[in-house]
Design a protein around this ligand. Structure first.
Ligand code: UDP
Length: 251
């Protein structure tokens, strides 16, 4: 794996973002899967930087992640404010490519998260799409803290090459950081609401919204309760980034 010193990173509000493009991030991940080197991948968005501001454990996990990819237009704009032009890497597309790679090369995967019927539907759809896909472990995301050790043992037993955690942030990143200590050769990635989309229950925004970087707007219109969560955070996020880039030019 690339050593920490070789990594090209930017800092957004104290959170790292790796400056790789889509293919660069995928190639690094493929290499880690092949070498059984294990890693934690975070797909970062503005909401996560806000969580990190208030939650030191989560902030520390971001700092120790092996790959932090910019997911969403908010991070793209923040990088631009710092004078860095970077492609947005939607975590859901990145994960799909990773699944395709696993299916084609005989690497097993685990799915952890979402409601049971969503998980089953997502699993079914993925197997339909990638016929050689080996899903060696799948479990819904509704469990208590006391069940975590049992789930970890079950997953360890299944020994997936890549594990997708769809529990939302920061829950998925915190759980990954606990599991990876005992599963050092597995590549872990937090994928938020991706299983909902793969199940077919939730639609991704039409391509035009995706191209304009307005997927968040579409999801907010479809699911208005997201408005309260996302909207006040975004302008505040950009204001903080502007202040940060004025006062810490090097970022
Ligand atoms: N979820 C879960 N367990 C929990 C809380 C949430 O499995 O205890 C799942 C939820 O069902 C959904 C996903 O986590 O599938 C989070 O989706 P959300 O859209 O909130 O995540 P985002 O993509 O915005 O990070």
């Amino acid at each position: 794996m690339e050593s920490k010193q070789e990594r090209k990173q930017a800092k957004i509000l104290g959170c790292p973002v790796d400056l790789l493009d889509f293919d660069g991030a995928l190639n690094l991940t493929y290499k880690n899967v092949e070498e059984k080197a294990g890693m934690q991948i975070v797909t970062i968005n503005p909401e996560m930087t806000e969580i990190a501001r208030k939650n030191a454990e989560f902030h520390n996990i971001l700092n120790n992640a092996d790959l932090v990819i910019p997911d969403g237009v908010g991070i793209k704009i923040a990088l631009k404010i710092k004078g860095i032009n970077r492609q947005n890497i939607p975590g859901i597309e990145f994960s799909k490519k990773l699944i395709e790679y696993c299916a084609q090369n005989g690497y097993s995967i685990a799915l952890l998260g979402a409601k049971e019927e969503i998980l089953q539907k997502a699993k079914e759809n993925l197997i339909k799409e990638f016929e050689n896909l080996n899903i060696c472990y799948a479990r819904n995301g509704y469990f208590t803290e006391s069940e975590e050790d049992k789930i970890k043992s079950e997953m360890q037993e299944a020994n997936p090459c890549v594990a997708f955690f769809a529990l939302g942030a920061p829950k998925q990143e915190i759980l990954i950081s606990k599991f990876k200590k005992d599963m050092p050769s597995t590549v872990f990635i937090g994928v938020g609401g991706s299983f909902d989309v793969w199940s077919g229950v939730v639609q991704r925004a039409p391509e035009l919204y995706q191209k304009l970087g307005l997927e968040w707007l579409y999801r907010t219109i479809k699911e208005p309760k997201r408005f309260k969560r996302i909207f006040p955070a975004l302008p505040m996020f950009l204001i903080r980034v502007i202040i940060e880039s004025v006062f810490h030019k090097k970022g």
